[in-house]
Design a protein around this ligand. Sequence first.
Ligand SMILES: C[S@@+](CC[C@H](N)C(=O)[O-])C[C@H]1O[C@@H](n2cnc3c(N)ncnc32)[C@H](O)[C@@H]1O
Length: 258
Amino acid sequence: MTGRDHYYNKAKQEGYRSRAAYKLKQLDELENVIDRGDTVVDLGAAPGGWLQVAAERVGPDGTVIGVDLQRIDDLADHDNVETIRGDMTEERTRERVVDAADGTVDAVVSDMAPNMSGEYSLDQARSLHLARQAFETALELLDTGGDFVVKVFEGPDVDDFRADVEEEFQYVRATNPNASRDESSEVYFIGKGRLTAPVRPGDELEVEIEDVGNEGDGIASVDGYRLFVPATEEGDVVTVRVDDVKPNFGFAQPLERE
Ligand SMILES: C[S@@+](CC[C@H](N)C(=O)[O-])C[C@H]1O[C@@H](n2cnc3c(N)ncnc32)[C@H](O)[C@@H]1O
């Protein structure tokens, strides 16, 4: 039996609408993108396997919003799932998603895939276009520290796409879950920890040390974002190079003292 048949049968037995449900389970087990109480936006959600998994994982206090070109049948077992029928390449659909989320979103997950033409280069280009739409939506919706999962078909320009995602998240992991192995051309990127910090690794800037942390590092504030700078004291004005950026704070090394 192929992996495809295995997960198809398992989905039938366990009441999931698609074998894709197991991909989201495996992605979440790998990098923990969905927590209880979260608000999750699922792009390309029909028929609803990922919605079922996301609804189970966020629990009754969480919310899941699913979007697809296709109609998604109501999920009778979950009253915390809202669905939107629309095209994510259209601005008005994105606006509807923003309205439905009504505030902060903890995770944006996209399993969007184009209708297959059979011509790989065309399908791949369309897949990358959908992945970029998902990325734009994630940047618009995600709160600091939020996570992003996106499917894309391997091919030209995927490395550039990954580099763009890396700019906006603490780190990116690429994976092909077991439940997806038969579709070997697809890869999922998991962007962990949305960065909204005003600095990025490698940036050089002058800062004033305003405080000293418990570990003895100086603390500077850049537009309210805390940067820890070793070997400095309160009142120092130093030029630093940023070497590590986390969602809520970062680290920088002093380059010269004034
Ligand atoms: C692989 S299926 C998703 C399966 C789903 N994750 C599940 O577990 O049931 C890909 C979906 O992407 C949707 N899709 C493709 N282009 C889209 C677009 N521009 N806007 C919204 N959905 C789109 C398709 O209609 C299709 O239902």
